[in-house]
Design a protein around this ligand. Structure first.
Ligand code: XMP
Length: 513
């Protein structure tokens, strides 16, 4: 297989390192993240056309500041330092770094003084994301400042002879108006032409799985029915066929039609060894009268693992355990340094160890959601499965407020199906990032025909968001809401009122539990 052009990103612990990788890949150039202390040999082995040094929380002036091998500057490929990476470049190459008189944080106006090379075709001034306490005071020999802000005289620097650059702002975040141009310019300077596609990723990932698993190895995967585990399953299937066993635990809280679709796809389109455990009765029994959201999540998580374990044990020993972990999972579940656990996410974190697996396969760990979707399409998964909106592991159970029973789950399932149908009919499914209904648990008085009713209130929750960490409520046209509301009260039993959730996250979360 042809080698692709690559960029190495050295990670100094910055919160945006993965975003840099993502932006580079959006420009169709493969990027690989290595730790800052990667040896020169490791870096050379990748044969990068350029190196990017990420941001990071440390001060380059600190005794124990993380440093890369200074040999990266003489590899003969362009280098771009971002924030900490720029300060480190200045420090290692003989410039000076000092504490800024005023810390800059947020969108800051940056004036581009030299709109050539790295800053080619940029506006004279644009808003860019800054977050720094230290800054470059004097550029190293051979460099000159190419941009400044009010409080930062060297907001970017360049040595066009050696092709070494630095930017104090973060071109990788969307808050930087023309950040993408900076990245594109750097890639152009590196000589990258953009030969990276999801098809190429699929080929590489399939080859890597084959190499790891070998000719005879077997893999076990917990299929949740969501996008990530489905894409992981399809990818592994392409690598090793039905030496992949997928266990699908149906807890009874899936959306309408989803379990059926999962079964169809993985028995017909990607015929893995497919095991479906129908465990709804057990989940309902264990959740009876439980109202506390965290308790509900814990019980569902525990039952899921127990059911999965029982199925896995029946299968005998398999060699590898596969997971559809993607990068945002790593952050949301608090595995990333400093990230707080807001809700205990239902996942299979400790399971592989308990089942005696020492080898994990996580072929999507470096990918963002949109990349996973693109990969799914490349592999030939159905469009509507690949574009499924996020769905919490505990499923509809946490969209019934308070105690769960089959009747209540049917109410959310049916009302959710109506909402989805109408959003699709209005052509809004791609502009609203997540939408669902919630059975609020409130009952109120209504009138139907000539009868007084005392029935449930269903809420519509719909949000737009970039990353699901913050969200705005979606402005669904009133006409669409009117249709949804009319259909829900007419078609779903025991509902006589529909309300709309108009709260942002924060302070509310997207789910109600
Ligand atoms: P919240 O409610 O925390 O949700 O604003 C943020 C996003 O995460 C999804 N979510 C989950 N996803 N397991 C998951 O895989 C879970 O337990 C879980 N809980 C919430 C939620 O649907 C939203 O997209």
């Amino acid at each position: 297989m042809a080698e692709h052009q690559k960029i190495v990103i050295l990670d100094f612990g910055g919160q945006y390192t993965q975003l840099i990788a993502r932006r580079v890949r959006e420009c169709k150039v493969y990027s690989e993240v290595l730790p800052y202390h990667a040896s020169l040999e490791q870096i050379k082995a990748v044969k990068p056309l350029g190196v990017i040094l990420s941001g990071g929380p440390a001060s380059v002036l600190a005794e124990d500041a993380p440093r890369c091998d200074a040999g990266v500057y003489t590899l003969g490929v362009p280098v771009l330092g971002i924030c900490y990476g720029m300060q480190l470049t200045a420090h290692l190459l003989g410039g000076t770094v000092e504490k800024a008189a005023q810390r800059e944080y947020g969108r800051i106006a940056v004036t581009m003084d030299d709109r050539e090379s790295l800053l080619a075709s940029m506006s004279p001034t644009s808003s860019n994301w800054m977050s720094h306490t230290y800054q470059v005071k004097v550029c190293p020999e051979g460099f000159h400042p190419i941009a400044h802000s009010e409080n930062c005289p060297v907001a970017a620097m360049a040595d066009d002879g050696r092709h070494i650059y630095g930017v104090q702002f973060h071109p990788e975040v969307t808050h930087s108006d023309e950040g993408r141009t900076v990245i594109e310019n750097f890639l152009r300077i590196c000589g990258c032409t953009g030969d990276w596609t999801m098809d190429a990723y699929a080929q590489t990932a399939i080859a890597a799985i084959r190499e790891t698993v070998g000719d005879k190895g077997t893999v076990l995967l917990a299929l949740s029915g969501g996008v990530d585990s489905s894409v992981a399953a399809a990818l592994i299937y392409k690598a090793i066929g039905d030496r992949l066993t997928c266990v699908y635990v149906d807890h009874g809280f899936m959306r309408k039609g989803e379990s059926e679709q999962v079964c169809r796809v993985f028995s017909e389109l990607f015929p893995v060894r497919f095991i479906r455990a129908d465990a709804a009765d057990r989940f309902f029994a264990d959740l009876k009268d439980v109202t506390d959201p965290e308790k509900k999540r814990k019980i569902i998580g525990r039952d899921f693992i127990e059911v999965f374990k029982a199925e896995a044990e029946k299968l005998g020993k398999l060699d590898y355990f596969a997971q559809g972990t993607i990068y945002p999972d790593v952050i949301e579940s608090g595995q990333a340094t400093g990230a707080a656990v807001i809700k205990s996410h239902h996942n299979v974190g400790g399971l592989p160890k308990e089942l005696g697996f020492t080898e994990l396969i996580e072929p999507l760990r470096m990918l963002f959601k949109d990349e996973v979707r693109a990969l799914g399409e490349t592999l030939g998964l159905p469009h509507d499965l690949v574009w499924r909106q996020p769905f919490p592991g505990p499923g509809l159970a946490i969209r019934v407020i308070g105690a769960v029973d089959p009747e209540k789950v049917t109410i959310v399932r049916e009302s959710d199906a109506i909402l989805r149908e109408e959003i699709a009919a209005a052509g809004l499914q791609e502009s609203i990032h997540q939408y669902f209904t919630v059975l609020t648990g409130i009952r109120s008085v209504g009138v139907m025909g000539d009868e007084r009713t005392y029935d449930y209130t269903v809420a519509i929750r719909a949000v737009t968001t970039d990353d699901f960490m913050t969200a705005d409520w979606a402005r669904i046209p009133y006409d669409v809401i009117r249709t949804v509301s009319a259909r829900i009260v007419n078609e779903v039993g025991h509902v006589n009122r529909v309300v709309l959730d108009v709260t942002t996250k924060p302070p509310a979360s997207i789910e109600w539990e």
